[in-house]
Design a protein around this ligand. Structure first.
Ligand SMILES: [Zn+2]
Length: 148
């Protein structure tokens, strides 16, 4: 896969089609909410991205997301620290994360956690890494099966 480059130079993309230097030049001074900007950048780092993923899983099993509560609510989830420890050094995660970064943070290529058995929760033996688009594809197949 070709590595996406900044609009103005040959560096890798950080956000909005721009490298770190050009991104900050354009947005940092004009952005009133620097904390928000900092947070969005943190969530793109190899570790920060995991914190976002874990929060999404947690929201699903706690039933916060209304439209998917029937699929996830009350299902078990592994502890946060266990998830981080497992994920941060997982070769599949590192591989997917690097492709995601190289694509200029293409959402379809974002690493995602899939449950091998959709009837079970987010437990160590039931989770695996896939790309976001692969996860959506699998989810739609599961929905079709439930309907049929
Ligand atoms: Zn640049």
């Amino acid at each position: 896969m070709p590595i996406k480059k900044c609009r103005y130079c040959n560096s890798m993309i950080l956000a909005k089609g721009l490298c770190k230097k050009h991104y900050f030049r354009k947005y940092w001074k004009t952005n009133r909410n620097r904390l928000k900007l900092k947070k969005s950048l943190y969530l793109k780092t190899q570790f920060g991205f995991l914190t976002k993923l874990y929060k999404n899983m947690k929201d699903r099993v706690s039933g916060t997301l209304k439209n998917s509560a029937h699929l996830y609510k009350g299902k078990p989830i592994l502890p946060k620290s266990t998830f981080y420890k497992w994920a941060i050094s997982n070769p599949k995660y590192i591989e997917l994360y690097n492709v995601y970064v190289a694509s200029g943070y293409d959402r379809k290529l974002a690493p995602s956690i899939d449950r091998i058995n959709p009837d079970k929760g987010y437990t160590m033996s039931n989770i695996e890494w896939v790309t976001n688009s692969e996860n959506c594809r699998r989810a739609s197949i599961t929905k079709l099966r439930l309907r049929g």
